[in-house]
Design a protein. Structure first.
Length: 317
C-alpha cells in the first residue's frame, strides 16, 4: 500500500471514529438529561424512538422500512409539523450533517408538546449516510413562556382581547388579503361612565373582562376581537357572504353580551358594516362601523345598526 493510500485510510478511519464518538456522546447526553432519543440505521432501514425510564432507555416507537415507505415520519409527530420534519430528515440522510429544529410530538394523555431536535447523521468513508441519531429535548416550558410574552405584548391586559395596535394590524392584513366576505362591528358599552360612577370601577372592570371574554369566544376560529380603548371594542369576522349571516352574527354577539355582571345590568350598542362585494381597507371598515355605532348610541342605544341602513332609519324617524 502506498503512503498516500495509508494516509487516506487513516483519515477515513479517524472520520468514522469521530462520528461514532459524537453519536455515543449525544446518546450519553440524552440519558443524563432524560431526553427522548431517536436512532436510525440505514442497513436495517429502521428508526427507533426511546426514552429513559428507571435509568434505562425504553422503546416508545419503531418504524420499519423507514425510507422505503417514503413517508419518513414518526406516527406521533404533530400533523402540521410533519412536512418540515420530513425535509430535515431527508437533508440529514443526503449528507452527514448536524441540524437543530423545533417540532411538536404528541405525548399520550397530554397532546402535542414542543421538542427541540438535535439531529446528527454520520457517513462512511465515501460520505454515504449510514445512520443518524437525535436528542429530543422538551422545550414546552420555554414555548409557553414565549407565548405568554407575546400575549402580553399583543393583548389588552384587562379584557384579554387584542390591544388596539395589534388588532388594527391583524384586520389590515386580513382586509389586504381577501376580496370580500368581511363583517366589521364596533361594540360600545352603554352608559359605562355612569356604571363606574354609581357601582364603582371594580364593577366596570368586571364588565370589561366579561365583554372581552364573550367577544373572544364569538370570533374564535373565524376572526379577531380587539379593545379599541375605554368602553369601545371591535370584532371582525371573515367568510361572511350574505346579509342574513351578517345580521345573525351581530344578533348573536349582542345577545351574548346583554347580561348581568355581579347584579349590575348593562347593554351594548353595535355598529356594523360589511365589505358587501367591495375590496375595502381596514380604515374604510372602521369609519363605516364607527358611523353606525354613533348613530345607534345617539338614537336610543342598546341596538344594532348597519351602516347601509342609516339613511332608511333616518327617514323612519
Amino acid at each position: 500500500m502506498s503512503v498516500f493510500n495509508r494516509k487516506e485510510t487513516v483519515v477515513n478511519t479517524e472520520i468514522l471514529e469521530r462520528g461514532e464518538l459524537q453519536l455515543n456522546l449525544m446518546k450519553m447526553m440524552a440519558e443524563q438529561s432524560n431526553d427522548k432519543f431517536l436512532e436510525y440505521y440505514r442497513e436495517k432501514d429502521t428508526i427507533m424512538l426511546s426514552e429513559i425510564k428507571d435509568g434505562k432507555f425504553h422503546v416508545l416507537e419503531v418504524v420499519e422500512n423507514f425510507i422505503s415507505k417514503e413517508d419518513m415520519v414518526l406516527e406521533r409527530i404533530y400533523e402540521k409539523d410533519k412536512e418540515m420534519y420530513r425535509k430535515e430528515i431527508q437533508m440529514c440522510l443526503a449528507t452527514p450533517k448536524h441540524s437543530v429544529f423545533d417540532v411538536r410530538y404528541i405525548v399520550p394523555n397530554f397532546g402535542p408538546r414542543w421538542y427541540r431536535m438535535f439531529l446528527m447523521s454520520v457517513g462512511d468513508a465515501n460520505g454515504y449516510v449510514t445512520k443518524f441519531v437525535a436528542r429530543m429535548v422538551n422545550i414546552q416550558v420555554q414555548k409557553d413562556a414565549q407565548e405568554n410574552m407575546k400575549n402580553q405584548a399583543e393583548r389588552d391586559s384587562l379584557s384579554g382581547v387584542y390591544n388596539h395596535a395589534t388588532y388594527e394590524k391583524l384586520c389590515s392584513e386580513l382586509a389586504d388579503k381577501v376580496d370580500d366576505g368581511l363583517l366589521y362591528m364596533m361594540v360600545d358599552i352603554d352608559n359605562f361612565k355612569q356604571i363606574n360612577d354609581t357601582c364603582g370601577h371594580h364593577a366596570g372592570d368586571m364588565i370589561i373582562q366579561h365583554v372581552g371574554m364573550v367577544l373572544e369566544n364569538c370570533v374564535k376560529g373565524r376572526g379577531y376581537a380587539g379593545r379599541i380603548g375605554g368602553d369601545e371594542f371591535s370584532v371582525c369576522f371573515y367568510d361572511v357572504f350574505s346579509k342574513e349571516e351578517a345580521v345573525s352574527l351581530a344578533v348573536n354577539v349582542k345577545g351574548a353580551l346583554n347580561q348581568y355582571i355581579n347584579t349590575v345590568p348593562f347593554t351594548v350598542s353595535l355598529g356594523a358594516t360589511t365589505s358587501d362585494g367591495r375590496r375595502v381597507t381596514f380604515q374604510e371598515l372602521y369609519f363605516e362601523a364607527d358611523e353606525a355605532v354613533y348613530f345607534a348610541k345617539e338614537n336610543g342605544k342598546n341596538q344594532i345598526v348597519f351602516r347601509n341602513e342609516i339613511q332608511k332609519l333616518k327617514k323612519e324617524r
